[in-house]
Design a protein around this ligand. Structure first.
Ligand SMILES: [Zn+2]
Length: 224
């Protein structure tokens, strides 16, 4: 059944959606981190989206994911110039994402302190407070934005430990990376190891990171 393979391997949303369907047709669960914790499957794709600057593009992908029968995890920033987490528009988008069954977490970042003082720990607390104000519940998971800026994975492990009362994971933990599971990312608009559509049935479990900014319906100029 070659029709089960995605026919398009590019950054169109059609290729993206076909790829999700292909994983599902090949017996993979495609879910958020939450969905993985609740019901881990032998064939499982954890679908993650880091939302660096546009929450509208995130919503577009949230709808595509839901239409393909998938859930996913969206990590949102509080320092983005492109969106304000507490604007009515963002609150409404967060509500729709959660209604579609997706998970919303914090895209945690460092470096702010280099300009305005204090340190990354303090700014992590402040980001968490703003995030929780927006979603109206405790934070349960986060992903690092530009990990190198924040002292890398050790820093994330440390924060996770400090926040362990409610936070049950961060996205770069060993258990979600190689060799535990395959990790594929579209960072900088480039799949270093091939489009994720080329990985169907090559590994049983994987984490796929996408940035909705790179994905378009007809032409990339839709996004910038
Ligand atoms: Zn990021």
């Amino acid at each position: 059944m070659s029709s089960l393979k995605p026919t398009l391997i590019d950054f169109s949303l059609r290729s993206y959606s076909e790829t999700l369907r292909s994983y599902r047709d090949h017996g993979y669960a495609v879910t958020s981190f939450d969905g993985f914790f609740e019901n881990e499957q032998p064939k499982h794709l954890i679908l993650r989206h880091d939302i660096d600057n546009s929450i509208e593009q995130a919503l577009r992908v949230a709808r595509v994911d839901a239409e393909a029968g998938c859930t996913s995890s969206f990590f949102l920033r509080v320092h983005a110039r492109g969106y304000n987490l507490l604007s009515l528009q963002s609150l409404d988008i967060i509500r729709e994402m959660e209604e579609l069954g997706h998970e919303v977490g914090l895209h945690l970042e460092g470096g702010i302190c280099e300009v305005v003082g204090s340190d990354n720990h303090d700014w992590a607390e402040r980001q968490r407070a703003v995030f929780e104000a927006a979603v109206g519940r405790p934070l349960t998971g986060f992903s690092l934005h530009e990990p190198a800026r924040m002292g890398g994975i050790e820093f994330a492990d440390e924060i996770r430990e400090r926040w362990s009362e409610n936070v049950r994971y961060h996205a770069y933990e060993d258990r979600f990376m190689m060799p535990s599971m395959k990790y594929l990312s579209d960072s900088s608009g480039r799949w270093r190891e091939g489009h994720f559509g080329e990985w169907v049935d090559r590994v049983p479990q994987l984490q796929v990171l996408t940035h909705p900014f790179w994905w378009f319906e007809k032409v990339p100029a839709e996004n910038y």
